[in-house]
Design a binder for this molecule. Structure first.
Ligand SMILES: *[C@@H]1O[C@H](CO)[C@@H](O)[C@H](O)[C@H]1NC(C)=O
Ligand SMILES: *[C@@H]1O[C@H](CO)[C@@H](O)[C@H](O)[C@H]1NC(C)=O
Ligand SMILES: *[C@@H]1O[C@H](CO)[C@@H](O)[C@H](O)[C@H]1NC(C)=O
Ligand SMILES: *[C@@H]1O[C@H](CO)[C@@H](O)[C@H](O)[C@H]1NC(C)=O
Ligand SMILES: *[C@@H]1O[C@H](CO)[C@@H](O)[C@H](O)[C@H]1NC(C)=O
Ligand SMILES: *[C@@H]1O[C@H](CO)[C@@H](O)[C@H](O)[C@H]1NC(C)=O
Ligand SMILES: *[C@@H]1O[C@H](CO)[C@@H](O)[C@H](O)[C@H]1NC(C)=O
Ligand SMILES: *[C@@H]1O[C@H](CO)[C@@H](O)[C@H](O)[C@H]1NC(C)=O
Length: 511
């Protein structure tokens, strides 16, 4: 999903007729030993130590910031995410400058060691962005390399997610497996060829493919289909043929939804997926997910039919390939219009809480030990293709929801130490290459260096309520513990100084 774009996952809108039989898929071979590629620890963005997990928030940077998000949640996150276009435009570069590099950004993990990070999603701006001719212009790759080099030099790990959800049909870069893989490899190779970009990891993250391809049934032997259906007119038959993995002459349920798009063990550092909950019975319904929806989805089991309609993504791409797994996008999409029309229906808190307990709980993290980063989609009031539906995605939208989210948050999630400093103002030693990724320098004393979370004077109702509801009576005291990481173990005590915009409160974060 992407901000500012009318996008619709029709997955649960279409009545996909699923066989009661399990489908079978050809095995995906594991990587050849000794052929290189990343694993959990030998990774440009290593998985956190112990059983730690990164918790990230995808912000609507036009109206939100890391400091504001941390204020709403009541604890300071260490990781954020942003969408930019590929090729990068001046607008993107300016936007990055004005937001990520200017707004106070977390300085260091609460464990005093873990560096902050950012997921940068590059969205190809058109089909042409995947064409060979695009790369005649050396600035196309040069700009990406410059961007991640700069973010690395400012002390951030970068998770570079190129062309997410490429196995869907809703983006210009979807259903282009050959050019997609080629372009992913071009971007990855450029980044990996840059010695000062050694803290940038390539993330490959398709859409979870339950009942793939979501009701589409594209006959490859009938070229008039493409002229009759203008939405598909730009697709390339040669590329589409590689998607017909079961060779039945069409792209339809039973084809392999991931493998045709996998760019290669040597170029992919992290694997991830997008999974949203849009309603149990139909798209836009405020409702509770069937228990185990998330794990079933991950394993390829269609919740309605109980049968396998896709391969086990986590097992094949994370466990078998030894790569860390990121839940790159997730949320329960709450529909205010539906609530108004159905006053007794599932509340925002009930729906979101059920979903984050599905996706972000200790139970799930224990079941999926390679699951080491999770990004919530903190957009509010974003319109969708169905213009009557305006979803609320965030887990911090209301004080009530934010407090419940904080209370449920597993302790193994890594947080910031509470000090946020503008990247532009960080004084860092000169960047050096190789594995010597730099630790952030002492915080700047300028105005842009802020310590964060807790009560912001300009949002008193929300942030105060959030903080006090988080831990009644102890205003923001959060139990830490073994979860956060080995190095903080059970004795983790961090004073988080809260001082956005001059208002100060102190959160004692203890085990
Ligand atoms: C990860 O890769 C490195 C370098 O190839 C290797 O030394 C290490 O044993 C691997 N770790 C795991 C957990 O596979
Ligand atoms: C953060 O929140 C404050 C107070 O609500 C608001 O004035 C400001 O615009 C927000 N900052 C950003 C970058 O959105
Ligand atoms: C972004 O900021 C950098 C300095 O940090 C500057 O060199 C560059 O020109 C800026 N780019 C844009 C498009 O504003
Ligand atoms: C295309 O193949 C399908 C079987 O998948 C067959 O039923 C249909 O008649 C074929 N159409 C043409 C135009 O050859
Ligand atoms: C279709 O895709 C193939 C494989 O990427 C490419 O060689 C061919 O030029 C493409 N055809 C058109 C018309 O774009
Ligand atoms: C389909 O696969 C699931 C999960 O492996 C299994 O529990 C179920 O019994 C299978 N169903 C059929 C009809 O084979
Ligand atoms: C909602 O619930 C209340 C209390 O149970 C009941 O009186 C009312 O009729 C219900 N309204 C609707 C629209 O179902
Ligand atoms: C957080 O880490 C930064 C960078 O090392 C440091 O300057 C700052 O004092 C730390 N803040 C706290 C509250 O420990």
């Amino acid at each position: 999903m992407a901000p500012g774009r009318g996008l619709l996952l029709l997955a649960s809108l279409l009545c996909v007729a699923v066989n009661a039989q399990n489908l079978t898929f050809p095995p995906v071979p594991p990587p050849t030993p000794g052929m290189g590629g990343s694993n959990l620890t030998a990774n440009p963005f290593p998985a956190p130590s112990g059983n730690g997990v990164y918790l990230g928030a995808t912000l609507d940077w036009d109206v939100d910031s890391p400091a504001n998000l941390s204020t709403r949640l009541g604890v300071p996150l260490l990781t954020y995410s942003i969408f930019l276009k590929f090729p990068l435009t001046d607008i993107d570069k300016t936007f990055l400058n004005k937001t990520v590099k200017t707004e106070p950004y977390p300085s260091l993990g609460a464990d005093g060691q873990t560096k902050p990070s950012i997921m940068v999603t590059l969205e190809p701006s058109s089909i042409e962005a995947l064409s060979d001719a695009t790369f005649d212009d050396p600035t196309v790759l040069g700009d990406v390399v410059d961007m991640v080099r700069d973010l690395n030099a400012k002390g951030l790990y970068v998770l570079l997610r190129f062309g997410h959800e490429m196995n869907g049909w809703w983006y210009a870069w979807c259903m282009r497996p050959i050019q997609y893989k080629k372009t992913f490899r071009r971007v990855g190779t450029a980044v990996k060829s840059c010695a000062e970009c050694s803290a940038t990891a390539m993330l490959w993250a398709p859409q979870i493919a339950i009942s793939y391809p979501w009701g589409l049934d594209i006959p490859l032997n009938d070229t008039t289909f493409f002229t009759r259906n203008p939405d598909y007119a730009n697709l390339n038959l040669t590329e589409l043929q590689t998607l017909d993995t079961n060779g039945d002459g069409k792209i339809s349920l039973g084809d392999e939804p991931y493998a045709p798009y996998y760019p290669g063990d040597d170029i992919v550092d992290w694997v991830g997926i997008s999974i949203y909950f849009n309603g149990k019975d139909f798209y836009g319904q405020n409702s509770l997910p069937t228990p185990n929806t998330f794990l079933d989805n991950i394993r390829g089991i269609d919740v309605t039919s109980g049968t396998l309609t896709a391969p086990d993504f986590y097992q094949i791409y994370s466990v078998q390939k030894g790569k860390p797994f990121a839940l790159a996008e997730t949320s329960a999409n709450w529909n205010a219009q539906y609530a108004a029309a159905n006053p007794n229906s599932t509340t925002m808190l009930q729906m979101k809480q059920a979903w984050w307990r599905e996706t972000l709980s200790d139970r799930i993290l224990d079941a999926m030990p390679n699951y080491r980063a999770s990004f919530t989609f903190e957009f509010r009031k974003m319109g969708e293709d169905i213009k009557t539906v305006t979803f609320d995605y965030g887990y911090t939208t209301t004080p009530e929801v934010a407090a419940a989210f904080l209370a449920d948050l597993p302790k193994r999630f890594l947080l910031s130490n509470g000090t946020f400093t503008s990247l532009n103002l960080r004084q860092l030693p000169p960047a050096i290459g190789g594995s010597s990724f730099l630790v952030s320098s002492p915080a700047s004393t300028s105005q842009a260096a802020r310590t964060v979370t807790g009560a912001a004077t300009q949002a008193p109702a929300q942030s105060t309520a959030t903080a006090s509801a988080a831990a009644p009576g102890t205003a923001g005291t959060l139990k830490g513990g073994a979860g956060f990481s080995q190095s903080v173990a059970n004795s983790w005590v961090a004073s988080v100084v809260l001082g956005v915009l001059g208002s100060v409160a102190v959160f004692a974060v203890t085990s």
